[in-house]
Design a protein around this ligand. Structure first.
Ligand code: CA
Length: 229
């Protein structure tokens, strides 16, 4: 079972795919426009995005690029083109897989299962340990050196977003999209303020980081003290 976001402007295809994917056990959110789709990716964090490339409001390739700037959700594109160059361009642009129209619901369900398998098991279901820091996504509990840390919802979401990519630099724009549902940015200050609160609660400062390392002009990375820089 996956939470599937379907972006398809053709009413008949959208309705029939929603029905068949629901029957296959998925939870489907179906939208007809690219802009709505991008917002829904940032807001709802679906397990997989099924994206029609021929949309009325935005070019599907632009939607793909915008989705990729804010999310690493697996994306399966539905395209009418099957020449090698188009397919390679789509995969280069960040698509995980593609289906050529017309396609069957059995085929699309198999592709969904395949991309989810490749992405591995649900990443954020198990507690993550980074040195003395432990983050449990299910109970939303955080401990440092075994002592519980009392975080607000946004502080926890921010830490969780960083913990999904330990050791990698995450941009403020990505954090705005993931934590605040603002894919277009414009709120760096919001991120900075929450980061400073989070740092204080984790017992560190920007000048003397322990887990949260700022990379000037790029973003933030979460890393254990012994591997952080
Ligand atoms: Ca279309």
């Amino acid at each position: 079972m996956a939470r599937v976001l379907l972006v398809e402007d053709d009413d008949a295809i959208r309705t029939s795919l929603t029905k068949s994917l629901t029957t296959a056990g998925h939870v489907v959110t179906a939208l007809a426009g690219g802009a709505d789709g991008i917002a829904a990716v940032a807001r709802d964090k679906p397990d997989v995005l099924l994206l029609d490339l021929g949309l009325p409001d935005l070019d599907g390739r632009d939607v793909l690029a915008m989705v990729r700037s804010v999310s690493d959700v697996p994306v399966i594109v539905a395209t009418a083109r099957d020449d090698d160059a188009s397919v390679v361009a789509l995969l280069d642009a960040g698509a995980d897989d593609y289906v050529i129209k017309p396609f069957s619901s059995v085929q699309i369900d198999a592709r969904i299962r395949a991309v989810l398998r490749r992405r591995g098991p649900e990443q954020h279901s198990e507690a993550l340990r980074l040195g003395a820091l432990s983050i449990d996504p299910r109970s939303r509990e955080v401990t440092v050196d075994g002592s519980p840390v009392d975080l607000t919802r946004k502080e926890f979401d921010l830490l969780l977003a960083l913990s999904r990519r330990p050791g990698a630099v995450v941009t403020k724009r990505e954090l705005l999209a993931e934590v605040w549902g603002l894919p277009w940015g414009g709120g760096d200050r919001t991120v900075d303020v929450h980061l400073s609160w989070l740092r204080r609660k984790l017992g560190e400062t920007a000048a003397q980081p322990r887990f949260l390392h700022s990379v000037r002009g790029v973003g933030i990375k979460l890393a254990a003290p012994e591997t952080g820089g």
